[in-house]
Design a protein around this ligand. Sequence first.
Ligand SMILES: O=C1NC(=O)[C@@H](c2ccccc2)S1
Ligand SMILES: [Zn+2]
Length: 263
Amino acid sequence: NLSACSSKLAFMHPMWQEPLAIPGGDRQSPIDIVVRKSVFDPQLRPLKVQYDPRTCQQIWNNGYSFLVEYDDTTDKSTVKGGPLEDQFRLCQFHFHWGENNAWGSEHSIDRRLFPAELHLVHWNSDKYSLFEEAVIEENGLAVIAVFLKIGKRHEGLQKLVDALPAVRHKDSLVEFTKFDPSCLLPENIDDYWTYAGSLTTPPLTEAVTWIVMKRHIEVSHDQLAVFRSLLFTSAEEQVQRSMVNNFRVQQAVKGRTVRSSFT
Ligand SMILES: O=C1NC(=O)[C@@H](c2ccccc2)S1
Ligand SMILES: [Zn+2]
């Protein structure tokens, strides 16, 4: 029973062609965050994150990333505050990473890329009743992004890393429970940038309030190497392709303002 938040939204082929024109297309993601152009907004409140590990259900390889999916039928795992006017429900988290440690993140800070980027995907449960409804609305989604750096081993991540060989191929799924994703957040979640953007995979809808953490987390080289052992391809395909570089090219800022919660 794949939760709605990602099963229906087909991630097209990992190297899917960028559509020539996206409807509107003036608030696409990801972007480079130019720190000196960001604007401090004292009205940005602290983020309130409340995750219940009992809502964790499964991990699956959708042929573009691996998704850790949560039961989003009740308001048990939520984010509110910060730039958000409403309460948003966690439906899944996933990562984007590179073939080496020089790149892999979708966003960058003054052009600095990170080896990987975590996305915690939430939808506006005050206004909508399903992820699919929210995904086409301009205030439908909130994604918390956290950069990963190579350093010491991340103890909380290891439970997830140990489960990855079971979802090596596209369309494989394994039960995965009692995982609290707050262990993947940096200690300080009060310092972030926020801007109006889009999904970074099809349907690329301009529905996302992005919350990009200033502080990164550290994972070990070996832990990230296990991400790279995943495959884009299903077990049946004769040519296997490593799941790496699953990030979108950066998009034009087009006059948008990136606000910061800190000076
Ligand atoms: O933050 C994002 N990362 C992705 O792969 C995009 C996505 C697309 C559909 C569902 C969930 C996430 S949007
Ligand atoms: Zn993502």
